[in-house]
Design a protein around this ligand. Structure first.
Ligand code: FAD
Ligand code: DLZ
Ligand code: SF4
Length: 521
C-alpha cells in the first residue's frame, strides 16, 4: 500500500553495509522500518570468491542482523538455503515488497557498478517509491572527485590526498602539513632485517554462527578457491575493534618503516589487517585515522608510520573509489598495453619454483589475504611483465582476497599494477626485476633461481622478463620521464646480450601453463 503513511519503510542493507549509522537507518524509527538482508546466489557466484570471503560476508551479515534485532529492529533475513530464495537482490527486494507492502524502499547506493546498475532500475520496476542514498561512509563525494579530476590528464593520488588532508584536518599544522612534508614514504622502505617478525594479531575462532556458514560454504561452494582451515577474521564490530586495538598498541610503530618489506611465512608483518572490517562497514575509516593521529600526538608512533597509515585510508582508499566511478565502465575493458596472455595456472595452485610467488599464493590461499607489496610487486609485477590479460588478472584478484570488492580491486589491478589505463593513475608501470624483490624480502635465499643471474638456466625469471617488457613497450615508455632513462642501459648492451635477455624471457614464458577453465567464473 504505497500511499499508506502507516506502511513501513523497507531498508535493504547489502553485505558491505554493516554499519549501524548507515544513511538509510539514520532518522528511521524501529516500529515503522523493516530491514532486509539477503544472502543471494548471484552475489556469491558472479565470480567464484575464495571460500573465506563468502564465510566472512555471510557470517558478518548474520551477526549484524542479530545485533540489529537485539537493538529492537525488525529484520527480514534471507539465508542462502531458504526455500524460495529469489537468488538476486532485485528478486529479493521484489519479494519483500510483496510481503511487507512498504511505502518506501530506502537503500544506500551499492559500491559496485554491476549492482548499482540493477538498483537504478528499481524505481521503474517496483510499484513503490525508491530512494537511493549516498554512501557517506566515504569522505569524498563523487562530485567532489569528478570536479577535482576534471581537466586533468593524469590523476595522481598525491595531489588528491593533500585535498583530503586539508578537508579532514588530519596531521595539519594550520594550512601546512605536520612536520613540513605531506608524505614520508622515503622513510618507509626499510628492507627486512634478519629474523624480522611482528607480534601476532588477534585471531577469532569461529563461533556457532560462523561454523554454520563454514558448513554451508563447504557444502555449496566446494569448487571455489582457497582453504577454510585458517578462518580467523573479525566478523563483528567488537572483534574488529579488538583487532584495531591490537594494531594501535603493538604494530603501528613499525607500520611505516616495514610497509614494503616481505618475509617468507610472515603473512601480516606490521600491516593493520583491517581492510576486511573497514570494507564490510564494521570499522569507521575516519575513527581509525583519528586513533592513528592520537598515537602520534601521544608519542606512541612516529610521524612516518602515522602519515603512511592515514594516507592509505584518506588517500589511496578514497582515491581508488573516486577513480573507479570516474573511469567506469570502460576501466573494466582497459588494456592499453594489449596484454593477451592467459593467467598462468600457478596463480591458482601455487605450484611454481619462484619462491616469492609461491609464498604469496600460499598466503592468499590460506588467509584470503596478501599484503600490499606482495599484491603489487610480486603477484602484480609478474602479471605485468608476463603480459597477462587484464580481465583474467582482475578476476583473480576479485576472487582471492577477502577484502575484494570491484570498486577497490579494479583500480588497483587495472590501473596500478597493469598500467592498462595507459597511465591515468600511475606515473609509470610498477615494473621491477628480481633485484627489487631480493632487496625487500628474504625470498630469494630460499629460491631455486638466483636474482643475481640475469639470463639462462637458473636466472631469476623477473630479470629477463623485465627487459622483454621494456623492449616490447619502448615506444610508449621511452617518452616517460620517470622510466625512459632506463633505455640508455638497454642500448649500451651489445646486440647479443639483448637477444639473450629476450630469448631467455621467451623461453621462460613458453613454460607457463595457462589456467585451466573454471577457477574464476
Ligand atoms: P594496511 O597496509 O594496514 O593499510 C591500511 C588500510 O589502507 C587498508 O586496510 C586499506 O583500507 C587501505 N589501503 C591501503 N592501500 C590501499 C589501496 N591501494 N587501495 C585502497 N585502499 C588501500 N584493498 C582492498 O581493500 N580490497 C582489494 O580488493 C584490494 N585489491 C588490491 C589489489 C592490488 C593489485 C593491490 C596492489 C592492492 C589492493 N588493495 C586492495 C590494497 C591493499 O593491498 C589492501 O588494502 C591491504 O593489503 C589490506 O591489508 P591491511 O588492512 O593490512 O592494509
Ligand atoms: C561479496 C558478497 C557476497 C559473496 N555475497 C553477498 C550476499 O549474498 N548478499 C549481500 O548482501 N552481499 C554480498 N556480497 C557483497 C556484495 O557483493 C556487495 O555488497 C555489493 O556488491 C556492493 O556493490
Ligand atoms: Fe622471486 Fe626471483 Fe627471488 Fe626467486 S630469485 S624469489 S623468482 S625474485
Amino acid at each position: 500500500m504505497p500511499d499508506d503513511p502507516s506502511a513501513p519503510v523497507l531498508v535493504p542493507i547489502l553485505g558491505d553495509q554493516l554499519t549501524r549509522s548507515l544513511a538509510s537507518l539514520r532518522g528511521r524509527t524501529k516500529d515503522d522500518t523493516v530491514i532486509l538482508m539477503m544472502e543471494v546466489w548471484d552475489e556469491a557466484t558472479y565470480v567464484k570468491h575464495h571460500k573465506q570471503k563468502i564465510v566472512l560476508i555471510f557470517s558478518a551479515m548474520r551477526h549484524f542482523a542479530l545485533e540489529l534485532r537485539d537493538a529492537g529492529w525488525t529484520v527480514d533475513y534471507v539465508k542462502l538455503d531458504d526455500e524460495n530464495n529469489a537468488g538476486s537482490f532485485t528478486g529479493e527486494v521484489a519479494r519483500a515488497i510483496e510481503d511487507h507492502d512498504p511505502r518506501l524502499v530506502s537503500v544506500v547506493e551499492a559500491g559496485e557498478w554491476r549492482v548499482r546498475e540493477d538498483m537504478d532500475q528499481w524505481a521503474d520496476k517496483f510499484a513503490c517509491e525508491v530512494e537511493i542514498l549516498r554512501d557517506d561512509r566515504f569522505i569524498c563525494t563523487q562530485s567532489e572527485f569528478d570536479e577535482w579530476a576534471e581537466d586533468r590528464d593524469t590523476l595522481r593520488m598525491e595531489y588528491f590526498y593533500r585535498e583530503m588532508r586539508r578537508k579532514t584536518g588530519f596531521l595539519m599544522d594550520g594550512d601546512k602539513p605536520e612536520g613540513g612534508e605531506w608524505n614520508y614514504d622515503s622513510e618507509n622502505r626499510k628492507p627486512p632485517k634478519d629474523g624480522l617478525s611482528a607480534p601476532e594479531r588477534p585471531k577469532f575462532e569461529p563461533d556457532e554462527i560462523t561454523q554454520d556458514v563454514i558448513d554451508l560454504v563447504e557444502d555449496r561452494f566446494d569448487d571455489h578457491f582457497g582453504s577454510l582451515e585458517n578462518f580467523r577474521w573479525p566478523v563483528t564490530r567488537e572483534e574488529a575493534e579488538e583487532a584495531a586495538d591490537a594494531f594501535f598498541a603493538e604494530r603501528i610503530e613499525c607500520f611505516g618503516p616495514y610497509q614494503d618489506a616481505m618475509v617468507a611465512g610472515e603473512d601480516d608483518l606490521f600491516h593493520s589487517m583491517l581492510s576486511t572490517s573497514i570494507n564490510l562497514g564494521l570499522l569507521d575509516p575516519l575513527e581509525l585515522c583519528q586513533r592513528a593521529e592520537k598515537a602520534y600526538k601521544d608519542g606512541k608512533a612516529p610521524l612516518n608510520s602515522v602519515e603512511g597509515f592515514i594516507r592509505q585510508i584518506i588517500g589511496w582508499r578514497e582515491y581508488v573509489r573516486g577513480f573507479y566511478w570516474h573511469q567506469m565502465p570502460h576501466l573494466q575493458k582497459a588494456n592499453a598495453l594489449n596484454a593477451q596472455r592467459g593467467l598462468p595456472e600457478f596463480y591458482w595452485t601455487g605450484e611454481t619454483d619462484m619462491a616469492c610467488l609461491a609464498d604469496c599464493i600460499r598466503s592468499t590461499r590460506e588467509n584470503a589475504h596478501a599484503h600490499h607489496i606482495q599484491r603489487l610487486m610480486v603477484l602484480g609485477n609478474f602479471a605485468l611483465l608476463a603480459g597477462v590479460n587484464p580481465r583474467e588478472v582482475q578476476d583473480w584478484y576479485l576472487v582471492v582476497y577477502a577484502d575484494a570488492y570491484e570498486w577497490v580491486e579494479l583500480p588497483n589491478v587495472a590501473a596500478m599494477i597493469l598500467y592498462a589505463d595507459g597511465g591515468k593513475l600511475a606515473s609509470k608501470p610498477y615494473a621491477a626485476s628480481g633485484n627489487y624483490i631480493n632487496k625487500m624480502s628474504n625470498y630469494c635465499s630460499g629460491c631455486t633461481y638466483s636474482p643475481n643471474k640475469k639470463t639462462g638456466e637458473g636466472a631469476c625469471p623477473f630479470n629477463p622478463l623485465y627487459w622483454l617488457f621494456m623492449d616490447r613497450h619502448r615506444e610508449r615508455l621511452e617518452k616517460n620521464h620517470r622510466i625512459g632513462r632506463i633505455y640508455s642501459t638497454w642500448d649500451r648492451m651489445d646486440e647479443e646480450r639483448r637477444q639473450e635477455y629476450l630469448d631467455s624471457a621467451e623461453a621462460f614464458l613458453d613454460t607457463l601453463e595457462p589456467a585451466s577453465k573454471g577457477w574464476a567464473r
